[in-house]
Design a protein around this ligand. Structure first.
Ligand code: AMP
Length: 471
C-alpha cells in the first residue's frame, strides 16, 4: 500500500512493525520487504480485509503473518492458563506441507512474542494435537478436514477468532475443501478480519472471496517464479507409449541428478516412480494419498540425493519450498495452463537457470496451445536424444486451435483462459533493486553449471535455514 509519498514502503521498519518483529525478521536475514509484504502489511495492520493475488515464493506468508502477530501482540502472555490462550487467529491451508511451513514461519517471526502457535493436519495421530489444543493456543494453523474433526470432538473452540486467513484458496477449491471451509466459517464469530490469498482466481474462489471479505483491499504481485529469462522450455513431441522410455533416456543422457517430474493423477505418480525404479533409476513419489511419514521420507530422499527423481502431482508439489532445482519435467501437461507456470516455477529460482522439459503426446496438443497462449509465446520443440521422440514440428504460422469441439475456430489470445485482472503470469517477480535490469537473456544454462548446484532445499528445516529471498 502506498505511503504518504505514494511509494510502497521499502524497509521493514517503514512498515511500522514492532521491534520484536523487526528483530525476528533480521534474524531471518531479510533485508527488505518483498512487494507483497510491502503491499499487504499496511492494510492488514489497519484491520482491513485483504484479497491477495500471490503464490508461494513471493514471501506472502510473512506478508500476512507479520501483521497478524502484531495485531495479536497486545494479547501476548506467558500464563499457563488455557483461558488466557483462546484461538484468536486461524490460518487454513490446503495441504499438510503448507500448514507445517506456515506454522514454522509463524514461530520464526513470532519468536520474541509470548504467543502460542500450533498446527493440526490429518494423516497423523490426533492425540498429541488434542493435548496441545487443550493447553490453549493463540494462533492455529490447520488443514480443513482435521480442523473439522477437532470441532466435532469439541477439542477446539473458535468463538474468539479475530483474524481468519485462507491461504492458497485456489488449491482449497481444487481439493474440494470449499464445503469444509463454509462449515468452518459458520462457527466463527461474524466480527472478524478476513485475509484470502490465492495464486489464481477461478470463479468459485471469486465467489468465496465475495461472500467472505468486507470491502477488501486487493494486493497483487506477479509470481516470483517462472522468470522467462531464467527457465528454458523444451517440448518433446512423442507418442504416449514412448514417454517412459524417453524420460529414462533424458534423465540418463542429460545426467539429471535432481529432477521433479509432474504427472496429473496420484496413481500415475506411484506407477511411474515404480517403473523408473524398474529402469534402474532412483525414483520416489509424493502425492496426497501417501502417509505423512511416506511423504517426508520421499522428500528427505530427494533432498539428500538418494532419489534423483521425485514424481509428484500438482497438489503435492504445491506446498514444497524447493530452491535451486535444475530440472522440471512435465511427464503430462497440466490441464490448467496456470499450473504449468506453477510447475516450472520450481526451477529457475534464486537467480539460477533451470530447464522445463515437457513430454507432449498428440492428445495433449490442445493443452500445449493453452499454455502457449497464456505465456504469449511458442515453446521450442526439440528432438529426442537418439530419437524415441518425434523431432520438432515447425508450427510457427499455424493459428491456434481451440479445445476439442472448437476446431476450425482460430482463437485469439484473449480467448485463452484469462489470468486474474492485472495479474500477468508472464512477468517475473522482481525485487526493487533488480527490477531495473531485465537485460539480455542469459546464455543457455550449461550442464556443468547445473551439476555443481547444491541440493534442492525441500522443507529443509525452518525458515531460519532457508535461503534469503532472491529474485
Ligand atoms: P513464501 O512465498 O511465503 O512461501 O516465501 C518464500 C520464501 O521467501 C521463504 O523461504 C521465505 O523465508 C522467504 N522470504 C520471505 N520474505 C522474505 C524477505 N523479505 N526477504 C527475503 N526472503 C524472504
Amino acid at each position: 500500500m502506498p505511503d504518504a509519498s505514494g511509494a510502497a514502503p521499502t524497509t521493514f521498519s517503514a512498515l511500522g512493525l514492532l521491534p520484536e518483529l523487526l528483530r525476528a525478521v533480521a534474524d531471518q536475514g531479510y533485508t527488505e520487504p518483498t512487494p507483497i509484504q510491502a503491499k499487504a502489511v499496511p492494510p492488514i495492520l489497519q484491520r482491513r480485509d485483504v484479497m491477495g493475488a500471490a503464490q508461494t515464493g513471493t514471501g506472502k506468508t510473512a506478508g500476512f503473518t507479520l501483521p497478524l502477530l502484531q495485531l495479536l501482540a497486545p494479547h501476548a502472555n506467558a500464563s499457563p492458563s488455557p483461558a488466557r490462550h483462546p484461538v484468536r487467529a486461524l490460518i487454513l491451508t490446503p495441504t499438510r506441507e503448507l500448514a507445517a511451513q506456515v506454522e514454522e514461519s509463524v514461530r520464526a517471526y513470532g519468536k520474541y512474542l509470548a504467543l502460542r502457535t500450533t498446527v493440526v493436519y490429518g494423516g497423523v495421530d490426533i492425540t498429541p494435537q488434542l493435548k496441545t489444543l487443550h493447553a490453549g493456543v493463540d494462533i492455529l494453523v490447520a488443514t480443513p478436514g482435521r480442523l473439522l474433526d477437532h470441532l466435532h470432538q469439541k477439542s477446539v473452540h473458535l468463538s474468539r477468532v479475530e483474524i481468519l486467513v485462507l491461504d492458497e484458496a485456489d488449491r482449497m477449491l481444487d481439493m474440494g475443501f470449499i464445503p469444509d471451509i463454509k462449515r468452518i466459517l459458520n462457527v466463527l464469530p461474524p466480527q472478524r478480519q478476513n485475509l484470502l490469498f490465492s495464486a489464481t482466481f477461478p470463479e468459485e474462489v471469486r465467489r468465496l472471496a465475495k461472500e467472505l471479505l468486507r470491502s477488501p483491499v486487493t494486493v497483487e504481485v506477479a509470481p516470483r517464479n517462472a522468470p522467462p529469462d531464467l527457465v528454458s522450455h523444451q517440448v518433446y513431441l512423442t507418442a504416449l507409449p514412448r514417454k517412459r522410455a524417453l524420460l529414462a533416456q533424458l534423465i540418463r543422457s542429460r545426467d539429471m541428478r535432481q529432477v521433479l517430474v509432474f504427472v496429473r493423477m496420484k496413481r500415475d505418480a506411484n506407477r511411474l516412480a515404480r517403473q523408473l525404479q524398474h529402469d534402474g533409476l532412483a525414483a520416489t513419489a509424493i502425492h496426497s494419498d501417501r502417509t505423512q511419514a511416506e511423504r517426508e521420507q520421499a522428500l528427505a530422499d530427494f533432498k539428500e540425493g538418494k532419489a534423483a527423481v521425485l514424481v509428484a502431482t500438482d497438489i503435492a508439489a504445491r506446498g514444497l519450498d524447493i530452491e535451486q532445482l535444475p530440472f522440471v519435467v512435465n511427464y503430462e501437461l497440466p490441464h490448467t495452463p496456470e499450473d504449468y507456470v506453477h510447475r516450472i516455477g520450481r526451477t529457475g529460482r534464486a537467480g539460477l537457470p533451470g530447464e522445463a522439459i515437457s513430454l507432449v503426446s498428440p492428445d495433449e496438443m490442445r493443452y500445449l496451445e493453452d499454455i502457449e497462449r497464456l505465456l504469449k509465446r511458442k515453446l521450442p520443440r526439440v528432438s529426442a536424444p537418439d530419437s524415441g521422440a518425434q523431432p520438432a514440428a515447425p508450427r510457427e504460422h499455424r493459428p491456434h486451435r481451440g479445445r476439442a469441439g472448437e476446431a476450425g475456430h482460430a482463437k485469439t489470445q484473449s480467448a485463452a483462459r484469462p489470468a486474474p485482472p492485472g495479474f500477468d503470469f508472464t512477468k517475473p517477480y522482481e525485487p526493487a533493486a533488480a527490477s531495473a535490469s531485465p537485460a539480455a537473456h542469459p546464455p543457455a544454462p550449461s550442464l556443468r553449471h547445473r551439476q555443481q548446484r547444491p541440493t534442492a532445499a525441500l522443507l529443509g528445516g525452518g525458515p531460519a535455514k532457508r535461503e534469503p529471498h532472491k529474485p
